[in-house]
Design a protein around this ligand. Structure first.
Ligand SMILES: [Zn+2]
Length: 328
């Protein structure tokens, strides 16, 4: 086999490892040591730290975590998988020993191009001091280690780290999201919650993978805590399901920029609002800003809409009884 084809095989192997792999992993996959060394000498692989290599496709998050001597975890690992990970823009790294001050300073200088808006495919962390997740080997319970890679912790372990790192509503949204996307199953929940602190156990009963988005999970939790009865994904005749039905009276649609931008989708969304009203369920439609930028007003508006709907329902029942008072 020619040297070129051997190199191509090595780079294909690196690609399958998401562009970062340890020497041990590459040797275990059958790559000869001389091929690895030749690729390093030729600049096709770079050494992030002793025994950990990156090929050209490795992104900044992977490189920063690797040079610190750790692996991506928590929100930095979840976000790149498309799982809800809140809004913390820092790099979250799992370490078992402290990096040198020089490496920490160098990693802190690197980060996302601030002119690029973060989205599902542009997930790199901001520059600045990383959020370090420490664990001593004796106390570290790795969940589903087979899913672990040389550059990130397993999905279940990343989720465990994130649920203790974020607030409760984002923690719930993350586990809903991981279930909905199929990264974990309901069979994993006992292991996950068994590794979580007591203060988070009450989230178990609130999990609902029917939630279409992290925003929807967060709004559902906020409304439950405000005393409402909330039902997700309720069918609308002639359209898709409502995101949430509140107290059986008011529908709530929560739009994200990702799915609600083009004309066709906007027409569909408005049509759903009309069809919901036509079938007797008034519907409010909110966006990201109303959840994260102006929630108090949003909650007041929802509360008013539910009260008005209840009042109208009572009025209809009263009229249906021939105008008799409740005391007749
Ligand atoms: Zn974290």
């Amino acid at each position: 086999m020619s040297a070129d084809s051997v190199t191509v095989r090595l780079l294909a192997l690196m690609h399958r490892q998401s562009n970062v792999a340890s020497r041990t992993t590459l040797l275990g996959l059958g790559c000869p040591a001389r091929v690895i060394d030749a690729a390093l000498a030729a600049g096709l692989l770079t050494c992030l730290r002793r025994g950990l290599y990156a090929s050209a496709g490795a992104d900044l998050d992977q490189r920063r975590a690797g040079t610190l001597g750790g692996r991506l975890t928590c929100v930095s690992a979840l976000r790149r998988q498309g799982i809800w990970a809140g809004h913390d823009p820092r790099l979250h790294v799992f370490l078992s020993r402290a990096p040198s001050p020089e490496r920490l300073a160098a990693a802190s200088l690197l980060g996302r191009d601030p002119t690029q808006r973060r989205n599902r495919t542009w997930f790199e962390a901001d520059a600045g001091q990383p959020r370090i997740h420490w664990s001593r080997p004796s106390s570290h319970s790795v969940l589903r280690p087979a899913d672990t890679e040389d550059w990130r912790t397993s999905t279940l372990d990343s989720l465990r780290q994130a649920m203790t790192c974020m607030d409760e509503e984002n923690a719930l949204a993350a586990v809903d999201s991981a279930l909905r996307l199929g990264f974990i199953t309901t069979d994993d929940l006992d292991d996950l919650f068994g590794a979580l602190p007591k203060r988070l156990q009450m989230l178990y009963g609130l999990i609902d993978p029917r939630a279409d988005s992290g925003q929807e999970s967060i709004v559902r939790l906020r409304l439950i805590r405000a005393g409402f009865r909330v039902e997700p994904q309720v069918p609308v005749p002639g359209s898709s399901a409502l995101d949430l039905l509140i107290d059986g009276l008011i529908g709530l649609e929560i739009d994200s920029n990702q799915w609600h931008g083009d004309d066709e989708q906007i027409r569909f969304d408005f049509d759903k609002t009309l069809r919901s009203q036509e079938s007797g369920t008034p519907c409010l439609r909110i966006r990201y800003w109303h959840v994260f930028g102006d929630w108090p007003r949003t909650l007041r508006t929802i509360t008013r809409a539910v009260e008005d709907a209840r009042y109208m329902l009572l009025g209809r029942e009263f009229a249906g009884r021939g105008g008799q008072t409740w005391h007749d």
